[in-house]
Design a protein around this ligand. Structure first.
Ligand code: GAF
Length: 395
């Protein structure tokens, strides 16, 4: 999900020199380093992560950057370009859920988890700047968590692997922020490589890089940020997860990953109608991820459109996590030449993606803007994305 704060970020990845300079201006000394971690779009595989299934995300060229300097003592000072831009000062010796509020829950949540794991983190100064739009379903919160986890992993010599850092970010999200999310977002942020999507098995945490050269195929992916904000710490996200757990329990499986499409007719007789629809989304979505990976290898990105669109229909009708703005973005893109389109991320707002011929970009953009205006919706933000590098030390 997304760190929620009033924020209008610039596109692109923050310049590490600028982030270091703002740190130095705020704290009066230079940082030990600057770490960046990107947001993501998920090409396909939604809500499958916490069902131990498959996902296929890629990192985008919008990142969180943190400059950090370790200090003596137990005082942490945190500043971000979000919101009121006042330095938050906390004593790590008395760190508790009640002292981690607002945007500081993301960096402090990671620090709290690392300290629980025995990583010796004392005092520090931290400055955060992010270009991942908040509330847009593009993993602004995972970007912060992964940048912070990468920084302390290195500065404190913790020696954790990328897969372990994924779980650190997830625990911060689950235990401190309070959103019962899976490992999709942190995995995309930490494991991504330029020019590739990541095919991740969320049960084993094994991943495989899948080449995704959109430009060579004359294609691009447009993000339509509907500006309908969402929060996964409340409401629908947790309810969907609970439905999936109920479905697995009634069907006698460890996780919905263990249900095959061929089992669905029998499952229909065992589950109430709503739980069955939730289960059907997960089971068919897992298969669509596997199919997408196979089609990409055999025929390339121009052949995956129908799978993306089928995924959207499943989220709209069976999982019921879409909204009028997302459906309009998808339908309008499809009516104006998109090969496929779907909402991406947790749902209930946020962004849709559309796979379009590069030559048709202006037409799709204009059509979506017009359709939103005619429907009386807030103007969307529309931008192209392509697979970008994952988290790294930038300075
Ligand atoms: C959000 C969550 F954080 C992810 O773990 C995942 O469940 C996603 O929604 C839906 O696929 O981004």
């Amino acid at each position: 999900p997304d760190a929620r704060a009033p924020h209008a970020p610039d596109p692109g990845t923050p310049r590490p020199e600028d982030v270091a300079a703002r740190f130095t201006a705020a704290f009066g000394h230079a940082p030990d380093g600057v770490w960046t971690a990107p947001g993501r779009v998920n090409l396909i595989g939604e809500h499958t992560d916490y069902n131990e299934g498959f996902v296929l995300p890629f990192a985008i060229d919008r990142s969180a950057a943190v400059a950090v300097k370790l200090r003596e003592g137990t005082t942490a000072r945190l500043l971000s370009s979000y919101g009121d831009q006042v330095v938050a000062t906390v004593d790590l010796a008395t760190l508790s859920h009640s002292t981690m509020g607002g945007w500081t829950a993301y960096p402090l949540g990671v620090v709290w988890v690392l300290r629980q794991m025995g990583v010796a983190i004392g005092g520090f100064d931290l400055f955060l700047h992010s270009t991942v739009p908040t509330g847009a379903g593009l993993s602004s919160s995972a970007a912060i968590e992964c940048a912070v986890a990468s920084a302390f992993n290195e500065l404190c010599g913790a020696g954790l692997s990328a897969s372990q850092l994924v779980l650190v970010g997830q625990r911060a999200e689950n235990e401190v922020v309070g959103a019962p999310t899976g490992i999709l977002d942190q995995s995309a942020s930490l494991l991504s490589t330029d020019g590739h999507a990541i095919f991740l098995d969320c049960r084993s945490q094994e991943s495989k890089l899948v080449p995704l050269d959109l430009a060579a195929a004359g294609l691009l992916i447009l993000v339509v940020d509907t500006k309908v904000s969402h929060a996964h710490a409340t409401g629908g996200y947790a309810a969907r997860r609970a439905s999936c757990e109920l479905g697995a329990e009634v069907l006698g499986v460890h996780a919905l990953r263990d249900v095959a499409e061929a089992d669905l007719p029998e499952a229909a007789g065992l589950l109430d109608a709503e739980t069955f629809r939730r289960v059907r989304h997960i089971v068919t979505e897992d298969q669509r991820v596997l199919d997408t990976v196979a089609v990409l290898a055999d025929a390339g990105p121009s052949a995956i459109g129908a799978l993306l669109t089928a995924s959207h229909a499943s989220m709209r009708d069976d999982f019921e996590i879409s909204c009028a703005e997302l459906d309009l973005a998808v339908d309008t893109a499809l009516a104006n030449g998109a090969l496929g389109a779907r909402m991406t991320g947790g749902g209930f707002g946020g962004s849709a993606i559309a796979l379009i011929p590069a030559a048709g970009e202006a037409m799709v953009r204009a059509a979506v803007v017009r359709a939103f205006a005619e429907a009386g919706f807030t103007a969307p933000e529309i931008f192209a994305v392509s697979p970008a590098p994952g988290a790294r030390r930038a300075l």
